[in-house]
Design a protein around this ligand. Structure first.
Ligand SMILES: NC(=O)c1ccc[n+]([C@@H]2O[C@H](COP(=O)([O-])OP(=O)(O)OC[C@H]3O[C@@H](n4cnc5c(N)ncnc54)[C@H](OP(=O)(O)O)[C@@H]3O)[C@@H](O)[C@H]2O)c1
Length: 294
């Protein structure tokens, strides 16, 4: 299937790139690896178990390498980068895709569950950034793709800890983008809505507290009733991501799918309305300007 898209890019680059992708075993990471390989790029397909990406090496000889990487292990990230450089000599796109979800009220999540999701979804990408950015800075070129979500800019009952990690990734990426733009490196936060991947079946659940049944459990039931068409195809998401990578001026944030776009728009509009409604109080704390002519 050929997916045609319009965008505000001035040009498309057909130069083969080298990708370093986390979570390549399944879901979006795998879709991104296949999309890149199909267009002739090279891919360091990293995964917790290399067996899960071995088929890519067989299907795309010379283009794909399979590397072991649990993103919680910083030294493994450095080793994977060394292997990538030995095989391909450079890294053009770093895709921080590995991640999982935790469902439950903020209060219901245990300390261990909260720390575990940050270990993978926040400290994981940080480990990969510390391992890859020296290469991108050295080249004075590259693109970092951060696997965020609709929940990187909006949240509802039940997704507090998932959103907390994605918001953290978004905050650090805002700063990172400004820090590395002068060094020739771009950053894009990928914000899909619900995708047709194993994500929901891999969700970790917090132990329920009945007081949260009308909010958290109600949301969980409504998610379970979503029609199949509410889940977007990761291959289409991957194609859209490549469009952004090809763009001369890639976006810092890329919402993908109607659910993500609508949800983020609603959240941003509510924020601006609230800011407007509280302007007088906000400004009341400023030091009053000296009267004119005083
Ligand atoms: N699906 C959605 O609705 C959705 C929506 C918005 C954003 N996202 C984001 O998209 C990203 C990919 O999710 P997905 O939908 O593709 O889910 P998925 O099918 O469950 O895939 C998750 C991937 O992350 C890997 N992973 C998990 N923990 C890891 C770790 N510690 N080290 C290395 N790899 C690890 C998994 O590897 P294993 O095979 O070893 O488990 C798997 O490859 C996540 O960051 C998620 O938050 C998903």
């Amino acid at each position: 299937m050929v997916i045609t898209m319009t965008n505000d890019s001035d040009t498309s680059s057909n130069t083969a790139r080298t990708w370093f992708i986390t979570g390549s075993s399944q879901g979006l990471g795998r879709a991104l690896a296949i999309t890149a390989l199909d267009r002739g790029d090279r891919v360091a397909a990293t995964a917790r178990r290399t067996e899960s990406v071995a088929d890519l090496v067989d299907r795309y000889p010379g283009q794909a390498i399979a590397l072991e990487l649990d993103v919680r292990d910083e030294s493994a990230a450095h080793r994977a980068v060394e292997h990538t450089l030995a095989a391909f000599g450079r890294i053009d796109v770093v895709a921080n895709i590995a991640g999982y979800g935790l469902f439950g009220a903020v209060e219901e999540a245990t300390d261990a569950q909260a720390r575990a999701i940050f270990d993978t979804n926040v400290f994981g990408p940080l480990n990969v950034l510390r391992a890859t950015l020296p290469v991108l800075r050295g080249q004075r070129s590259g693109h970092v793709l951060q696997g965020s979500s609709l929940y990187g800019q909006s949240a509802h009952p039940g997704v507090g800890l998932l959103a907390a990690g994605k918001y953290a990734l978004e905050g650090l990426s805002d700063a990172l983008a400004a820090e590395i733009a002068p060094l020739g490196v771009k950053v894009t936060l990928i914000e899909p809505g619900y995708m047709e991947t194993g994500f929901l079946s891999h969700l970790v659940f917090a132990a329920p507290t009945p007081d949260y049944d009308p909010t958290v459990r109600a949301v969980h039931s409504s998610l379970g009733e979503l029609p199949p068409e509410a889940f977007i195809d990761p291959a289409r998401v991957a194609a859209a991501v490549v469009t952004a990578v090809d763009a001369k001026h890639p976006p810092l944030r890329l919402a993908l799918g109607r659910a993500a776009e609508d949800g983020i728009r609603r959240t941003l509009a509510a924020r601006v309305r609230e800011l407007d409604g509280w302007t007088d109080v906000a400004r009341s704390v400023d030091v009053a300007p000296a009267p004119q002519g005083a």
